[in-house]
Design a protein around this ligand. Structure first.
Ligand code: HEM
Length: 443
């Protein structure tokens, strides 16, 4: 769409345009094209505005603009009101949807569930769940994405709830997917059978599953995350209420599930495209000498770490995050009034040639100690976000991803045709449209 005019607007001198009459840029927003294209950045610079669903949204692109919003020194950019627009009804009162003092308190309590001792405890459950799931993968033609999605769901439910789901697994998986996808529903009200209604029904399935288990989790301090949240205490002895625990669990399950799935899938894709890296990572895993990786061994998988970082740069699992201004403020000198939605483009910062040489090229060595291209700017690489809402699960996520890749590398070799390019659907969180078909060979 060619819209050449620059409109002045109530955001003062912020450049931008509303797009098509009535529709604005809704179609491009829903398809994710607005996030993955640098066209607006070239046309308008790091701060611009567009319209979706009839609402004016300011977008921050590039590390300076993104950093200023995420660091939020002005305390003007709130996360809850920003995200509620997309996922509020489905993930209400999850940590990411809380702000300021309340967020700070909840985060301090939740931190108790992510200490290194806790993580080491979770890793045993993670490893055994991965081993059981991977054992069923056949040799031959195989779709990686759905299998990884199933695997990370098993890991999340087993590690988070301490439960083997069996019969409930596919019902819960559907409920998560419906909640996540509801965020990009074109019709944002209840119409039976459509995305928004399915999201609300999904939320109800998750609540009905979790609430009845609370008394047992409160009574018994188990090793799982659900128990950890029930027993976690803030410095003043504060505890989560039953509603808090359920709200946090639903958000955590979602936050952990799709993000890890996407990252493992992206790594599997790049390792198939670049067999020399697959062999290098496999040799490193073989050198660890154990079929499952221990907590202290994770640091030995340094090539895998480079691949993980590069895969997250290229296929950013959470391409953008939302905020809303709660007071008048400024962004890179542009006035932004209170009650303005602000989208922060994480994907864009990872693909700017001004910061990343040959940005579309897969080159894990960018992150090697002797290069550290990511150090060019403190917000050049931020797949986990930044500031007070920076991902609380980043160590859990890294641990799960490396544990899964370690087992995969030791058990299988996989390949794709040399000319294969993974087609990605960016309409919600990124996922391969074709499920990532590979040729799998058991070792
Ligand atoms: C590859 C894996 C992951 C990626 C790329 C990722 C990405 C992100 C990003 C970008 C944010 C910031 C959102 C914002 O600023 O609005 C975030 C927040 C969060 N993530 Fe993750 N995440 C991952 C894994 C996980 C895991 C495994 C968990 C839990 C076990 C988790 C739990 C959370 C929570 C609770 C927040 C909200 C933090 C807050 O508001 O204080 N994430 N994540």
């Amino acid at each position: 769409m060619a819209i050449e005019s620059r409109e002045a607007d109530d955001c003062g001198a912020i450049p931008g345009d509303g797009g098509l009459p009535l529709l604005g840029y809704t179609a491009q927003f829903l398809s994710g094209k607005l996030t993955i294209s640098r066209e607006r950045y070239d046309r308008y610079g790091p701060v611009s505005w567009f319209r979706v669903f009839g609402i004016k949204v300011v977008t921050a692109q590039g590390p300076d603009a993104c950093g200023e919003v995420l660091q939020n020194r002005s305390h003007a950019f709130a996360s809850g009101p920003g995200w509620s627009f997309l996922i509020g009804p489905f993930f209400q009162r999850g940590l990411m949807l809380l702000d300021f003092d309340e967020h700070h308190l909840h985060r301090r309590i939740m931190q108790q569930a992510f200490t290194s001792d806790r993580l080491a405890g979770y890793l045993e459950l993670v490893n055994s769940t991965l081993a059981a799931g991977l054992a069923g993968w056949p040799s031959g033609d195989f779709h990686v994405y759905p299998a990884i999605k199933q695997l990370t769901l098993d890991v999340a439910t087993r590690t988070f709830m301490g439960a083997q789901l069996d019969a409930d697994a596919s019902r819960l998986n559907t409920a998560f997917v419906d909640c996540v996808r509801a965020g990009t529903a074109a019709l944002r009200f209840k119409v039976p059978g459509l995305r928004w209604s399915r999201g609300l029904a999904g939320r109800k399935v998750l609540e009905d599953f979790l609430y009845p288990q609370l008394p047992a989790k409160r009574a018994d301090a188990g090793d799982d995350l659900f128990s950890a949240l029930c027993h976690a205490r803030g410095e003043g002895g504060e505890q989560f209420t039953d509603d808090d625990v359920v709200n946090h669990m639903i958000f955590l399950l979602m936050a952990a599930h799709d993000t890890s799935t996407i990252t493992i899938t992206a790594m599997a894709y790049y390792l198939a495209k670049h067999p020399e890296w697959q062999e290098r990572c496999r040799a490193e895993s073989q050198a660890v000498g154990t079929p499952t990786v221990g907590y202290a061994d994770l640091a030995k998988l340094s090539s895998l770490d480079l691949v993980m970082k590069e895969a997250m740069r290229l296929i950013t699992p959470v391409p953008g995050v939302m905020r809303k201004t709660v007071r008048d403020t400024e962004l890179l000198g542009h006035f932004i009034p209170a009650d303005t939605y602000v989208s922060v483009n994480l994907y864009g910062a990872h693909h700017l040639s001004e910061y990343w040489p040959d940005p579309e090229h897969f080159d894990p060595e960018r992150f090697a100690d002797d290069r550290r291209d990511d150090k060019v700017h403190r917000n050049a690489w931020m797949p986990f976000g930044n500031g007070v809402h920076k991902c609380i699960g980043l160590h859990f996520g890294g641990m799960e991803i490396k544990a899964a890749m370690h087992q995969l590398l030791l058990s299988y070799r996989w390949s794709v045709p040399p000319d294969y390019e993974m087609p990605i659907d960016w309409s919600s969180l990124p996922r391969p449209k074709d499920g990532l078909p590979v040729r799998l060979q058991r070792l």
